[in-house]
Write a protein that binds this ligand. Structure first.
Ligand SMILES: [Zn+2]
Length: 126
């Protein structure tokens, strides 16, 4: 089993609905996102998948979240843009983009850091 990991980041604002505390107010984060994929079968070049392809997928997903108020994003109009829900959102989109890549290659985990000391890891059901 091989596990490949890439990371990227984005900046956005959010506020938590139904939350009592300072996170109910609009504020921003520089989110760091770490993605790991797994697979067993290497291609003829000796790669599970090109790191560049993994980064390209992540960049495209994060571009949709970058420099905006996440509460106004269509996927977070009712669901809170918490670190947990953001990780699951990225995981769903990432898994869809991995599916056509020969392998098979599976999404292992998505970790979303909302600060240097707070992060959420989402592991899709196997
Ligand atoms: Zn926050």
């Amino acid at each position: 089993m091989y596990i490949l990991t890439v990371e990227d980041s984005f900046a956005s604002a959010h506020q938590l609905r139904g939350y009592s505390g300072k996170c109910e107010n609009l504020h921003g984060h520089n989110w760091r996102v770490v993605v790991s994929v797994r697979g067993e079968k290497l291609n003829d070049t000796g790669l599970l998948v090109d790191f560049g392809d993994l980064k390209k997928i992540l960049r495209a997903i994060l571009a949709d979240l970058d420099h905006r108020n996440l509460n106004e994003h269509p996927d977070f109009l009712t669901e809170n843009p918490s670190s947990e829900n953001i990780a699951a959102h990225i995981a769903r989109r990432y898994a869809d983009k991995l599916a056509p890549i020969p392998g098979p290659i599976f999404l292992e985990s998505i970790t979303v850091w909302e600060s240097d000391t707070s992060r959420c890891t989402y592991i899709p059901a196997r």
